[in-house]
Design a protein around this ligand. Structure first.
Ligand SMILES: [Zn+2]
Length: 130
């Protein structure tokens, strides 16, 4: 029997962020068996391209929590000419509102911005709360 999926995680496809996202979720007590991971270029910026997949997880597995991760120095945001923290946070909030209005079964949406730690030190994950 498969475990009950509790959450949905959305992040950018860039390989360097995957481990940090997984570790962060582990750190708050969410193990890999209990969430699905959706990776799209730019994370929250492209949430529309995976919205139906997220909806399937919500309706079929009963997931009620959604975690959205963006990271600085993202190739999608750079290609658009604005990789600022403000641009990411605006996009994360917009994606969060889209999830909540599209899937009322989702009771918790949390958004996160990942900062690069210099000299190959990985990522610092910070929750955006305001
Ligand atoms: Zn990216």
């Amino acid at each position: 029997m498969s475990p009950k999926i509790k959450a949905v995680c959305l992040a950018c496809i860039e390989p360097t962020v995957q481990r940090a996202v997984r570790r962060y979720l582990e750190g708050i007590g969410l193990l890999e068996d209990y969430y699905t991971t959706h990776r799209v270029p730019g994370g929250s910026f492209n949430i529309v391209s995976t919205l139906r997949d997220i909806g399937a997880v919500v309706s079929h597995f009963g997931a009620t929590r959604v975690f959205l991760f963006d990271h600085e120095d993202c190739f999608i945001y750079r290609s658009l000419g604005n990789d600022s923290e403000a641009a990411h946070i605006k996009s994360l909030k917009k994606a969060g509102r889209l999830i909540q209005t599209t899937y009322p079964g989702v009771t918790e949406v949390r958004i996160f911005f990942m900062r690069k730690i210099p000299a190959g030190g990985g990522w610092k994950v910070e929750e955006v709360t305001e």
